[in-house]
Design a protein around this ligand. Structure first.
Ligand code: EPU
Length: 441
């Protein structure tokens, strides 16, 4: 199977790139569509490996889930006939645990495997399970089988306060709360815009979900029904990757389709680092290089902070910036898999210990004082990168390695293309159209 890219770097990338539908909206909307009492049509679904995997998973429980044409997907959950999610496919994808909601709605009892996804930390779902229990769902985990068993003996009710926000956790509890006896309140929820898109989808189909800051109130529904197709917004993570590609290769790229406010924090950091940003008409954003970049420190935070998914991209940009930049990762506990790989291309990056006053609060994962963490790096720039043989360990690290390879002089081989293609549609086609020398083998 072709699973590597060969990239000849050193050429500035130029042109315009159309941003595809947002992965982290599409996946959740597809799962939510299984709650509907009719067929659901979704436009602008990206053709990426995570979507193919999820459609397959839905078919494996008996649902209809297929691309009709281009980027339109049809979902019909009425034919779902089993309450047990396939172990192999379910445990590959983190979002598979969101199937709790449609399966509980249909069968009142279900079995879902411990979720997988990119290996960017332990990624437990303890808060999510705690939230399910708080609103009345019985959940047990069987470590022998690797399955969660959930039971809904009565309609959910009550409220839940997240000790720390969780993006997918907020989304799953919203879906379960729709099955409630009366209105359910969730507090200290995540503020990611992808969650608000899910709410927009559900409210457009009969739900009454209200957000007031981090508090979300969900009224119970009789049924969800689609009257007109729903269109997924463009992917802010893909947009940031192409913006970084422009600056790191000393090029000039117009990113088409992304609302400026969705990547506002990234834009501010680009400007502080000396990159040029220009807002054009119709959600077109231009990023270009216009002289030396300078170091700029970041720390990742949930929205509206600097997003954890952008941090690996920022690291490669900082290899091209003058001075020493520090990156602090606060959201996931293992998001520096790319460091060793970038070093192979000549990047000077060290792990650093920077004192944190209250780590239990500072970090968004479950900080364990008895464990050793590598949560901060220092990057010295600018460095001339050269080609090398690299391995992708997770999705966003994959984007980082290809940006580095395009910025480097010479040829690189990057293994693990299928991991990058979990989240980036038409990556080879899009980067070639920008002048990139890339082929898959
Ligand atoms: N966490 C727990 N327990 C829980 C839930 C979360 O410890 O019960 C921890 C996580 O391990 C993590 C932190 O809390 O350290 C935040 O996790 P969160 O639940 O908010 O993240 P997620 O829902 O697993 C989603 C996206 C990620 C994105 C983050 C942050 C999807 C499918 N994934 O993850 O996207 O980085 O929110 O916005 O929506 C990606 O697209 O590459 C990706 C990893």
């Amino acid at each position: 199977m072709e699973d590597a890219y060969i990239i000849k770097g050193g050429t500035p990338l130029h042109g315009e790139v159309k941003i595809s539908g947002a992965k982290n909206v599409a996946l959740k909307v597809i799962i939510s569509a299984l709650l509907f009492d009719n067929e659901v049509l979704l436009h602008n679904i990206p053709r990426i490996n995570d979507v193919y995997e999820l459609l397959h998973l839905i078919r494996s429980v008996g649902g209809t889930a297929e691309f009709k044409k281009d980027s339109t997907v049809l979902i019909d959950g009425r034919s779902v006939r089993t309450n047990k999610v396939d172990f192999l496919h379910g445990s590959k994808m983190r979002v598979s645990f969101m199937l709790f909601a449609p399966l509980l709605s249909k069968f009142k009892e279900c079995y879902v495997p411990n979720p997988g996804g990119c290996r960017i930390g332990a990624r437990p779902i303890d808060r999510i399970i705690e939230g399910m229990k708080a609103i009345g769902i019985g959940v047990d985990y069987d470590s022998g089988t690797g399955y969660y068993h959930a039971v809904m003996n009565r309609k959910p009710s009550g409220s839940y306060h997240f000790s720390k926000p969780s993006h997918t956790g907020t989304e799953l509890l919203i879906l379960i709360a729709l099955l409630g006896r009366d209105a359910i309140t969730l507090e200290n929820t995540a503020l990611e815009p992808e969650i608000d898109e899910l709410i927009r989808f559900l409210n457009g189909s009969g739900a009454a979900i209200k957000r007031e800051g981090t508090k979300i109130t969900i009224a119970p529904i009789q049924t969800l029904h689609q009257n007109e197709p729903f269109t997924i917004i463009p992917d802010r993570n893909e947009a940031v990757t192409y913006a970084t590609l422009a600056l790191a290769t000393k090029g000039d790229i117009v990113v088409d389709g992304i609302q400026k406010q969705l990547i506002q924090t990234f834009i501010q950091c680009v400007q502080k680092a000396g990159g040029v940003f220009q807002e054009l008409k119709n959600n077109k954003l231009r990023f270009y290089y216009s002289g030396e970049l300078v170091c700029h420190d970041i720390e990742t935070k949930p929205h509206p902070g600097f997003m954890t998914d952008w941090q690996p991209n920022w690291a490669v940009l900082m290899t091209q910036a003058k001075g020493e930049s520090i990156i602090h990762e606060r959201v996931f506990e293992n998001r520096f898999s790319y460091v060793e790989e970038l070093r192979k291309l000549g990047a000077e990056i060290d792990f650093v210990k920077t004192p944190v006053e209250n780590p239990m609060e500072y970090f968004f994962f479950n900080f364990d004082p008895s464990k050793k963490y590598n949560q901060a790096i220092r990057i010295k720039g600018p460095q001339k990168l050269h080609g090398g043989v690299l391995n992708i360990a997770d999705l966003r690290a994959g984007a980082t390695l290809v940006i580095a390879a395009f910025s480097a002089e010479g040829e690189s081989v990057i293994n693990g293309a299928s991991i990058l293609e979990r989240g980036y549609e038409d990556f080879v086609k899009k980067t070639r159209a920008l002048g990139g020398e890339i082929k898959k083998m």
